[in-house]
Design a protein around this ligand. Structure first.
Ligand SMILES: [Zn+2]
Length: 126
């Protein structure tokens, strides 16, 4: 039997709006956009609960991600990764920090040695 037809991903002229209907994810979201999205969607509730509660939820979601990595399906891993990123975005929002700015220190290679790939001694092996 032939596979059912899948809608093709589409783009709007703004470039950032790529739709990913094939996997159920609606569009690509950049990190600062994710922060705004989480602030708009959950900001009032998250701020009311406060930073300590956000850290607690983030930690719980990290545990769920670890479990999904160990014995979950790809879909479960994606789900938990999304939850972790959403809580990190909520934390960034509450702290007034830019996630794009936070990751920019990795944009030119390893922040310690400046190389891509990193040429730092592997501390895990020492
Ligand atoms: Zn390095």
């Amino acid at each position: 039997m032939a596979a059912s037809p899948r809608p093709e991903p589409t783009r709007t002229p703004g470039a950032d709006r790529e739709l990913r209907v094939d996997r159920g994810y609606r569009r690509r979201v950049h990190l600062d956009e994710l922060t705004e999205l989480m602030a708009t969607t959950y900001g009032d509730r998250d701020s009311e609960r406060g930073l300590a509660s956000t850290i607690a939820w983030l930690t719980e979601e990290m545990g769920e991600l670890a479990q999904a990595v160990r014995k979950g399906t790809r879909e479960q891993q994606l789900h938990e990764l999304g939850d972790v990123l959403a809580w990190i975005a909520s934390l960034a929002s509450q702290l007034g920090l830019s996630m794009d700015e936070a990751v920019s220190r990795y944009a030119s290679g390893c922040p310690a040695c400046g190389e891509t790939p990193c040429r730092c001694p592997d501390m895990a092996l020492s």
